[in-house]
Ligand binder design. Structure first.
Ligand code: ADP
Ligand code: MG
Length: 253
């Protein structure tokens, strides 16, 4: 049984068919890149898996169980995590405090307990930071970190409730090319270690073809192709869809 099974989901906004009858699956421990031009329907697909949007039709299954139409929090509890940007209000907290906040949330404690709970699970938070190689910066405020390091803290926070499936919508946006590869290499290692499935979107073809186990290509709301990075790179329809954008021709940096 697949970890995630998407079965013919569709979503329209007014007259715009953002996602049209797409189906694909994802296994535990696997990295699947969902790629496509801007407006292809990638974020809409993510939001239908995470519960922020309800599909007009079709089904989303997690370990065989239908999750379509459940609230985001319910889907999160079932083991679907996503990376979010560290909120501005938490930038003044230290790195380890941010991860402790995420652990509090995973334990379903309320935010107002924070003042009494600042010692809460510090050791667990440090262990999570060690997994993303951020332990030495644990006591620095997040506001002082380099951008790539903030992204690694956000990844540690997403791991706090031990998701089976992690959704990452443009996780490397704004990062330098070398940092992009490093973040997704780290994600790949964690996916393997934790048997966690990862669905991610990414514009850098170096990252997509270097790190993903499989690639699914969305164009104008439709799934054009899915397969191994090599089969996608060689697919004439995919090359046609990207023609003129130069995306598939990007040189290794
Ligand atoms: P991508 O993430 O691949 O860039 P999106 O899923 O964000 O694409 O958008 C797909 C299409 O749906 C686009 O035409 C976009 O304008 C439209 N769309 C997305 N979200 C909304 C919304 N909340 N209301 C209206 N149209 C939307
Ligand atoms: Mg998007």
């Amino acid at each position: 049984m697949s970890l995630l099974q998407i079965e013919g989901i569709s979503k329209a906004f007014g007259g715009v068919q953002a996602v049209q009858n797409i189906s694909f699956g994802l296994e535990a421990g696997e990295l699947l890149a969902l790629i496509g031009p801007n407006g292809a329907g990638k974020s809409t697909t993510f939001n239908m898996v995470g519960g922020q949007l309800v599909p007009d039709s079709g089904q989303v299954r997690l370990n065989g169980q239908p999750i379509t139409g459940l609230a985001p929090r319910a889907i999160w509890r079932l083991g679907v995590g996503r990376t979010f940007q560290i909120a501005q209000t938490f930038a003044s907290l230290t790195v380890v405090e941010n991860v402790q906040m995420a652990l509090l949330s995973a334990d379903r404690r309320i935010f107002s307990w924070w003042s009494r709970a600042s010692a809460h699970r510090r050791a667990d938070a440090l262990a999570l930071l060690a997994q993303v190689d951020m332990q030495v910066q644990a006591d620095r405020p997040c506001s002082e970190l380099a951008y790539g390091d903030v992204k690694r803290v956000e990844l540690a926070m997403a791991l706090a409730h031990e998701p089976q499936l992690l959704l990452m919508d443009e996780p490397t946006a704004g990062m330098a090319p070398g940092e992009r590869v490093a973040l997704m290499q780290l994600t790949r290692r964690l996916a393997r270690e934790r048997r966690m499935g990862v669905l991610f979107t990414e514009h850098s073809m170096d990252v997509v073809f270097g790190q993903a186990d499989r690639v699914a290509v969305l164009v104008r709301g439709q799934l054009l192709a899915q397969g191994t990075p090599q089969s996608i790179r060689d697919d004439a329809r995919v090359q046609q869809a990207y023609l003129g954008t130069g995306l598939l021709l990007e040189k290794q940096k």
